[in-house]
Structures are given as structure tokens and as C-alpha cells.
Design a binder for this molecule. Structure first.
Ligand code: FES
Length: 116
């Protein structure tokens, strides 16, 4: 049964293609394990906006596992810990209370970082 979890999210932040990036660390409380990973990112962005901070920019489109736009590196793995799924099909039930989750952009010369 899904529950709410408290997590720490380390996110690569980069203001532009020529800017030096860095990890920033955020705490999120009471995240439903029923939420998708991108819904968790939306919640984090709502928190950042409420705090007067820039939201995290990340690419996505369909959120149905079809388009392949949601290309995040999660804990060192493309699209996260599961095989053969996209980031938008990953759910927070794959994570435990107290986990630290590291989120990075897809690093490839063919997909240069525009922001975050
Ligand atoms: S947003 Fe389309 S596959 Fe994830």
C-alpha cells in the first residue's frame, strides 16, 4: 500500500548552456508514493515558486511513456532504477521514506543542456 514519504532531492541546476552548474539539495515532505516522478518534480517546483526561487526546468511532453522527452538521469541511471520505462512512467513507490534522490540532465553532446 502506498504511503507518504519524506525525501531529499539533489538536483543539477544550471542557468544556461555556458553557465557552470551545481547540485542543489531540497527536502520534500509527505510525497505520495502514488505520484509519478514528474508529479513529484511538479510538487518540488510549486515549493520552489512559493519560496520565490526559480523552478527546475526539465523536458517532458506526453507523460504517457510514448514520446521519450522525459530524459532525466535518476540516481545515476537513465530514467531511474527500472529497466525499459521512461521517467514519466516511474512512480514514487520505487523510493522509500528518507531516500536521497539525485536528478541530473541527460548528458550527451547531441542533447546539450539548455537549462537545469
Ligand atoms: S513525457 Fe513522453 S515519454 Fe515521458
Amino acid at each position: 500500500m502506498d504511503k507518504n514519504i519524506n525525501i531529499t532531492v539533489r538536483v543539477w541546476r544550471q542557468k544556461g548552456p555556458k553557465e557552470k552548474g551545481r547540485f542543489e539539495t531540497y527536502s520534500l515532505k509527505e510525497v505520495s508514493q502514488s505520484a509519478s516522478f514528474l508529479e513529484m518534480m511538479d510538487i518540488l517546483n510549486e515549493q520552489l515558486i512559493a519560496e520565490g526561487k526559480d523552478p527546475i526546468a526539465y523536458d517532458h511532453d506526453c507523460r504517457e511513456g510514448i514520446c521519450g522527452m522525459c530524459s532525466l538521469y535518476i540516481n545515476g541511471h537513465p530514467h531511474g532504477p527500472d529497466d525499459s520505462i521512461t521517467t514519466c512512467q516511474l512512480h514514487m513507490r520505487r523510493f522509500d521514506d528518507g531516500d536521497t534522490i539525485t536528478v541530473e540532465p541527460w548528458r550527451s553532446a547531441g542533447f546539450p543542456i539548455i537549462r537545469d
